[in-house]
Ligand binder design. Structure first.
Ligand code: ADP
Ligand code: MG
Length: 868
């Protein structure tokens, strides 16, 4: 696979940035002193590098001097790596990227992108190129794909040539510098999106831009491939602060494992004596394994601050660069052989094999000769012995791998190593060998000849075995390689799992504790529940007993009760509940009955009280009636007496009547005369009335006549007086006027009097008209009075009748009471006795009963008083 290889040191370039604004303002001193192209001295100590760039170096100068060559190398099939190392803000990103789209300010990466395509266009047109780019960052030892933000923890695997690579990382095919720039822009944008503080993030993470170029010659089918890693490392200050002088960087490991691992790897490689280089300590050192002491042309930019403020960091950065400078890489072209080339190689190997076989044969014949007792010193050349040793299983690969040499020349060494020894040494060795042969001969001679055959067969067997072993070793090696790959994965997995395990164990412990508490709780609860169960059973038992007693009291024998309760509580409970419900209904009905009875009793009480009251009133009445009867009997006796007297009278009167009867006829005639006289008298009255009426009329007429006459007279008098007055007027007019006045006054009076008279006459006539009407009214009133008197009489008679009826009723009630009383008194006593036993309320009722029959004395007293 590899043809041309060349050993070379890592190129270390030192670049100082100018003082920045804040450093100038702070008044920091500019400390580096540049001497020539390759030396810088700080505080009197000089550091020599492949090149030192002072502060005023342009991006273009940097690129042309160092990076341009790398593009040619990569296109020639070599691997290449450019690192930028230095403390934060020392100019790493400025050097690697710069201002991406500024022709003057752009850094190495954009210039490489452009240059690659310029070269390709100038190359043989029979060459076909495939250019892929990847962009990822390593942060806290995790590989994050910057072209696919979902890939946050990519793994490092090894390819069939045991070259590590990032597995699964996005690869973009590009065909122009613009496309490369687009990918860079995309990656940078993703990086910005994923983090909050970009400055801090970039100072703690490595960003790696990988360009993978494959080319194939269309005609010869020869293939070349080159990988170019462009690495902007994390800020180195973390490492330097822990004193990264090749010591184990424990603390820094925690901050940035990758960078401390890089320091360790470089220290190990620089010391050169260590057999183990800790590439596997971090993902970055694994990815860049080839760039550090492997098949790669590596350039490292050491970026420094010129400020006195950062002198310590600057010094340690420069020391790091010095160490890195001693690392030797063996770069070789990654050439894939064509069929023709493979064929040639095969022929060569076949020839080698043939020669070896010949040597073996020769050796065997020589051995036979030895065995046969011949002495043949120096017959076999020393060179021929080496393959024989080789065939016994000593693998040159193992030796070289431990010395840190590249793999490809190692593979070649098996066929082309030539050991050169000085003449003196040669003679010495030969002498020794001869001695050894002699000894061997002696020994062999002593041993029997028969052994020789055995030995030869043994040798053949051993040869065969060695061949088999070789094949096996090859297989084992292959398996080992696979195992190593697996081991990496598994160890990672194991780490994760152990972490998970720990967490789980913690959780388990917590859960166990929790479980214990829960179990304790459970047992406590169980205890409590059993205790409660027992108690429930007891209570139930008691309840059942009570219930059975109760049932006995109630007198219900329907329900059978289990007398002892021990087992299933639920069943018993249901039975008890059933029982209780039955009893409840029973009790309910009883209570209802009780209430009914009580009501009935109340009613009876009330009725009895009423009848008692009635009785007393009846007794009173009876006594009254008795008194009345007494008085009536007296009265009747009187009446009888009177009757007798009246009878006597009657007799006497009848006698008289008889006498009178005789006189009757006389009386009748008497009456007739009376009647006649009466008629006459009436006629007289009527006549007299008529006369009176006439008289009154005539009186009135007369009065009127007299009044009329008087008036006439008066008028005559007046006229005479007026005449006289008028005569006198001639003499005395004054006296006359006075007279006249008087006359008129009198005339007025007269008029008024006549008016009054007429009114009186009219009133009289009216009164006379009204007189019959009034008489009629008088008569009707008298009739009404008579009718009312009749009605009164009737009412009185009705009342008398009612009274009589009432008396009859009372009599009958009295009879009934007399019949009832003795019976009822017996009853009341009985109930009273019963109730007194059952309830105190009823006893009070009983007291009320006592009133009804005990105060008979009082009642008789009352009756007596009523009688009185
Ligand atoms: P780092 O990546 O090491 O943290 P940067 O590359 O971001 O540092 O540089 C920090 C600052 O210094 C940036 O503003 C950059 O432009 C400036 N700078 C770095 N190197 C140079 C230089 N050689 N010439 C001019 N400016 C520089
Ligand atoms: Mg940076």
């Amino acid at each position: 696979m590899a043809d041309a290889s060349a050993e070379c040191n890592i190129k270390v370039l030192c670049r100082f940035r100018p003082l920045n604004q804040s450093e100038i303002i702070r008044g920091d001193k500019f400390i580096p002193l540049f001497q020539g192209d390759d030396t810088v001295s700080i505080a009197g100590k000089s550091y020599v590098f492949d090149r030192v760039f002072p502060t005023n170096t342009t991006q273009e100068q940097v690129y042309n001097t160092c990076a341009k060559q790398i593009v040619k190398d990569v296109l020639g099939g070599y691997n290449g790596t450019i690192f930028a190392y230095g403390q934060t803000s020392s100019g790493k990103t400025h050097t690697m990227e710069g201002k991406l789209h500024d022709p003057h300010g752009m850094g190495i990466i954009p210039r490489i992108a452009e240059d690659i395509f310029n070269h390709i266009f100038a190359m043989d047109e029979n060459l076909e190129f495939h250019i892929k780019v990847s962009y990822f960052e390593i942060y806290m030892d995790k590989i994050r794909d910057l072209l696919d933000v979902t890939k946050t923890n990519l793994a490092v695997h090894e390819d069939k040539n045991r070259v590590p690579y990032v597995k699964g990382c996005t690869e973009r095919f590009v065909s122009s510098p613009e496309e490369v720039m687009d990918v860079i822009d995309e990656g940078k944008a993703n990086r910005h999106v994923a983090v909050t503080n970009m400055n801090e993030h970039s100072s703690r993470s490595h960003s790696i831009f990988l360009i993978n170029i494959k080319q194939e010659h269309v005609e010869t089918e020869q293939k070349l491939c080159g990988k170019l890693y462009l690495v902007d490392l994390a800020g180195s200050e973390k490492v330097s602060k822990t004193g990264a002088e090749g010591a184990v960087l424990d603390e820094a490991k925690n901050i940035n494992k990758s960078l401390s691992s890089l320091g360790n790897v470089i220290s190990a490689l620089a010391e050169g004596t260590k057999t183990h280089v800790p590439y596997r300590d971090s993902k970055m050192t694994r990815i860049l394994q080839d760039s550090l002491g492997g098949n790669c042309r590596t350039t490292m930019f050491i970026c420094c601050s010129p400020s006195s403020y950062n002198d310590q960091e600057t010094k340690s950065t420069l020391m790091f660069g010095q160490r890195a400078k001693t690392i030797r890489n063996t770069a070789s072209v990654n050439l894939e052989l064509t069929a023709e080339q493979w064929k040639k190689k095969y022929e060569k190997e076949k020839e080698k094999n043939r020669m070896m076989k010949e040597t073996v044969q020769r050796l065997e014949s020589e051995l036979n000769r030895w065995i046969n007792g011949e002495l043949c010193p120096g017959a076999v050349p020393l060179e021929c012995l080496i393959p024989k040793e080789d065939s016994l299983g000593r693998l040159p690969r193992e030796e070289s791998s431990s010395s840190g040499l590249s793999r490809l020349p190692r593979e070649d060494s098996s066929s082309s190593i030539v050991i050169r020894i000085s003449e003196e040494e040669r003679q010495k060795y030969e002498e020794e060998i001869r001695k050894l042969y002699k000894q061997l001969d002696d020994k062999l001679l002593v041993s029997s000849r028969g052994d020789s055959e055995k030995v030869s067969s043994e040798l053949g067997r051993l040869q065969m075995e060695s061949d088999i072993a070789k094949a096996e070793v090859k297989e084992v090696l292959q398996a080992l390689e696979e195992l190593a790959v697996n081991y990496d994965e598994k160890s990672q997995e194991v780490e994760d799992k152990s972490l998970q395990n720990k967490l789980l164990a913690e959780e388990l412990a917590k859960k166990m504790a929790h479980l214990m508490t829960i179990e304790a709780e459970l047992s406590r609860l169980q205890e409590v529940s059993s205790h409660q169960r027992k108690r429930i059973a007891e209570v139930l038992n008691g309840l059942m007993r009570d219930l059975s007693e109760f049932s006995a009291i109630v007198g219900n024998k329907d329900i059978k009760l289990p007398m002892e309760i021990t087992g299933a509580i639920e069943e018993e409970f249901t039975v008890a509940r059933l029982y209780i419900s039955k009893i409840k209904s029973e009790v309910k009905s009883m209570v209802k009955r009780c209430r009914q009875l009580e009501n009935l009793q109340m009613e009876c009480h009330r009725k009895m009280e009423e009848t008692g009251r009635e009785l007393s009133s009846c007794q009173l009445l009876i006594s009254q009636h008795e008194a009345k009867i007494h008085s009536l009997t007296d009265y009747m006796q009187n009446i009888e007496l009177k009757n007798r007297q009246l009878e006597d009278n009657y007799d006497s009167l009848s006698e008289e009547l008889a006498k009178l009867h005789a006189q009757g006829k006389f009386m009748e005639s008497h009456r007739e005369t009376h009647h006649k006289q009466l008629g006459r008298l009436r006629d007289d009255i009527n006549e007299k009335q008529k006369i009176i009426d006439d008289l009154t009329e005539s009186v009135l007429a007369r009065e009127l006549q007299t009044l009329h006459n008087l008036r006439k007279l008066f008028v005559q008098d007046l006229t005479t007086r007026v005449k006289r007055h008028s005569e006198m007027e001639a003499d005395d007019s004054g006296g006359c006027s006075h007279q006249k006045q008087k006359i008129s006054f009198l005339e007025n009076n007269l008029d008024q009097l006549t008016k009054v008279h007429k009114q009186l006459v009219r009133d009289n006539a009216d009164l006379r008209c009204e007189l019959p009407k009034l008489e009629k009214r008088l008569r009707s009133t008298a009739e009404r009075v008579r009718a009312l008197e009749g009605a009164l009489k009737e009412a009185k008679e009705g009342a008398m009748k009612d009274r009589r009826r009432y008396q009859q009723e009372v009599e009958s009630i009295k009879d009934v009471m007399r019949a009832k009383n003795p019976l009822r008194r017996q009853h009341a006593a009985q109930i009273g006795n019963d109730t007194r036993r059952s309830s105190p309320d009823i006893t009070s009722n009983n007291v009320a009963y006592g009133h009804t029959h005990t105060p008979s004395l009082d009642q008789t007293g009352l009756a007596k008083s009523a009688l009185h």
